[in-house]
Design a binder for this molecule. Structure first.
Ligand code: SAM
Length: 286
């Protein structure tokens, strides 16, 4: 844990603003972050929960605003996070139950909410090296799927996600919730299909695309030869030929039963743990 959150870290908070009205303009701006337009314009997003906010700060994310409910007031970790927010030039709001429920858009919300700057990894900065696995998602639509994939990527030790084409927003409240905090740990890049294919040509990777018509059993692929990019298709239409045609292997997960296909996040998890099987070791201490 970062020293700021240990005993003796900053504690005194000078500039806490008390807000009790939903008509408050800052509260309105925060509530607007449920809309993609407002997130895009401000370049920020919202994450809920004290642990998440602490993790985010430790990982170097910039907090703009910290909101906590009166019930959290005086808790040492909340005070420390508040002090760190102020020290970083951010705003701290102490609000009532009504305001925090409206911000989080749910009853019984978490007591702490953080507004952070978004971070996107530029595609040109991604240079996969040996032992790295990246995931490329073609037009992912469902926020729950994307959040689950980010969380699974984190758990499997993948290096990051490349969103190819028009995709759901990794910084929406629903996606961020589904990541369970991994949104702060897993780099996300975006690219058009053309940019992605051009990138693929000049980085030394093995592009393993998954397809229901794939000829190769996913368990027979050598994932050790080069850094691997797993390319997954859109939930409704699967991978277009323009992307599938550029793959080094077209992998299929054999299925039994009557289901046509696996859910995108489940298929990604199966691929990811196979591709990283040789790198994942059971930690007996856990
Ligand atoms: N109707 C779509 C189709 O025809 O491709 C189904 C797409 S599936 C819900 C979403 C993505 O998950 C697929 O594009 C593929 O990347 C992956 N997927 C799901 N089941 C798979 C399987 N058995 N083998 C390989 N990939 C699979």
């Amino acid at each position: 844990m970062n020293s700021d959150f240990r005993e003796g870290g900053p504690r005194r908070v000078g500039h806490v603003k008390e807000v009790t009205s939903l008509a408050n303009p800052i509260v309105k701006d925060i509530k607007a972050l449920s809309q993609k337009k407002a997130r895009d314009e401000s370049g920020t997003f919202m994450a809920e929960g004290l642990k998440l906010v602490i993790d985010a700060l430790e990982l170097g994310w910039t907090i703009r605003t910290l909101v906590y409910s009166k019930a959290a007031k005086g808790k040492p970790l909340v005070e420390q996070v508040a002090a760190k927010t102020v020290a970083n030039g951010g705003l701290v709001l102490e609000v009532n139950e009504k305001v925090i429920s409206a911000i989080a858009r749910r009853d019984n919300p978490q007591m702490v909410v953080g507004i952070f700057d978004q971070k996107w990894k530029p595609l040109r900065d991604i240079r996969p090296t040996d032992g790295e696995t990246w995931i490329a998602l073609d037009r992912v639509r469902d926020p729950g799927n994307l959040g689950t994939i980010i969380r699974t990527a984190d758990a499997a030790g993948a290096s990051g996600i490349i969103l190819v084409g028009e995709s759901t927003d990794p910084f929406s409240l629903e996606t961020v919730r589904a990541t369970m905090g991994s949104v702060f740990a897993v780099p996300v890049a975006k690219a058009t299909p053309e940019e992605f294919l051009a990138w693929k040509k000049h980085v030394g990777i093995s592009l393993v695309a998954t397809h229901l018509a794939g000829a190769v059993d996913y368990r027979t692929i050598d994932y050790k030869k080069k850094p691997v990019v797993l390319l997954m298709g859109n939930e409704q239409s699967g991978l277009p030929d323009t992307l599938a045609g550029e793959a080094d292997a077209l992998a299929r997960i054999p299925q039994a039963g009557r289901a046509d296909s696996l859910n995108l996040a489940v298929a990604t998890a199966v691929m990811l743990f196979e591709a990283r099987r040789h790198l994942l070791i059971l930690d007996k201490a856990k």
